[in-house]
Ligand binder design. Structure first.
Ligand code: NAI
Ligand code: MG
Length: 350
């Protein structure tokens, strides 16, 4: 049985996943690892970004680690065959509805943040983004000609009580193991889906999680507060679209997109999907300079949450801190190490 299925993907995806392979060989040599094409590289080979066989392999593994997909090469592929469509299909097919995105500040990097050191030092909050519903999946969606001229485009946001409740439950459970506070972000002032969101979270809180502090915030204010005073947050739960944006803002607090891992979880016992939050970075792909730490930290999350290897995860996390403390930096962090040299620095720290 496969423990870990690797989906390197496109652009810098294969470059950063190669470093995970190197680390795994040293840290967890017994781990059963398999690999499949995914995204644009799968489209080129098989005509689709995610084959049924690859999806079946993902569902049969204990954990899936994805690199990144997409790039200008596939910009004109039919929409349902684009690499990004493969990613949405993978998330939906694996039924991973809760995306956990830590916003962490590694103290060795606090000066690389766009914000002042005192604003980010010691920062540790978690965004829980709903991942399989909302406007990225709603129908109808189309672009059509308008008889009076021009076109119109329609996207639809749909959220059910059950979808909101299960992701909110993940947030409350997480908060209990942390600083016991959940902030729920929506736009209940202008959207019905936001209104239902607030109501369902409030009801669930009263019913099952009254011991956790709950706060509601409008998503635009959340964006502002994340930049102004991010340390006020512990766990922030929000929908797919707002979560996409708020987690990218949060990523920048820590200095580089190349540092941040993520996990996407479904029902207990099902495989988790782990991926760095960055994309395929076509601007630096092929140069061997991408930061592999987001991918390596995604592997760390997989070890912890899907592979039952907390001890190895602890070792790996400590090794990343040690490598950073000793000055290891790729270019995005203001250094000169290549992708492979950063992987080597982590292995040396192990
Ligand atoms: P991106 O995350 O690929 O790049 C944004 C910027 O951050 C670029 O300047 C890039 O060089 C830099 N960067 C990203 N990861 C880095 C790393 N590990 N080390 C050093 N620098 C890094 O986002 P962008 O440019 O908006 O999207 C590029 C492509 O990636 C698009 O096709 C997009 O659809 C796709 N994408 C895929 C994602 C995924 O596979 N989950 C997520 C986001 C975008
Ligand atoms: Mg994004």
């Amino acid at each position: 049985m496969t423990d870990l299925l690797l989906l390197p993907g496109d652009g810098i995806g294969p470059e950063v996943i190669a470093e995970v392979r190197k680390v795994a060989r040293v840290l967890t040599p017994d781990l059963q690892i398999a690999e499949r094409l995914f995204g644009g590289s799968s489209y080129d080979e098989h005509g689709v970004p995610l084959t049924e066989e690859a999806l079946a392999a993902a569902k049969a593994a204990k954990a899936v680690l994805m690199g990144a997909v997409g790039g200008p090469k596939w910009a004109n592929a039919p929409r349902d065959k684009r690499p990004e469509a493969g990613l949405l299909a993978l998330r939906a097919g694996m039924e991973v509805f809760a995306n956990l995105r830590p916003a962490l500040c590694f103290n060795a990097l606090a000066d690389a943040s766009s914000l002042k050191r005192e604003v980010v030092e010691g920062l540790d909050f978690m965004i829980v983004r709903e991942l399989t519903g909302g406007i990225y999946f709603g129908s109808p969606r189309f672009i059509e000609d308008v008889p009076t001229g021009g076109k119109r485009a329609v996207d639809t946001q749909v959220y059910t009580t059950a979808e909101i409740e299960r992701v909110a439950r993940v947030a409350f459970e997480l908060a209990r193991g942390r600083r016991n506070k959940v902030t729920s972000a929506e736009k209940s002032n202008v959207m019905d889906s936001g209104l239902l969101w607030r109501q369902v979270v409030t009801d669930l809180h009263a019913r099952d999680y009254a011991d956790v502090e709950l706060e509601h915030i409008l998503a635009d204010n959340a964006a502002m507060q994340i930049v102004k005073n991010p340390k006020q947050f512990d766990v922030m739960v929000t929908d797919n679209l707002f979560g996409d944006i708020l987690s990218d803002i949060s990523a920048q607090l820590t200095g580089s997109l190349g540092m941040l891992p993520s996990a996407a979880l479904g029902e207990a016992g099902k495989p988790g999907l782990y991926e760095p939050i960055h994309g395929s970075a076509p601007d630096i792909a092929g140069q061997g300079i991408a930061n592999p730490l987001a991918a390596i930290l995604s592997f760390e999350m997989a070890l912890r949450w899907s592979l039952d290897q907390a001890e190895a995860a602890d070792k790996l996390y400590a090794a990343v801190i040690k490598a950073l403390d000793s000055g290891a930096r790729t270019r995005d962090l203001g250094g000169a190490l290549t992708t492979a040299q950063m992987g080597d620095a982590v292995i040396a720290a192990l």
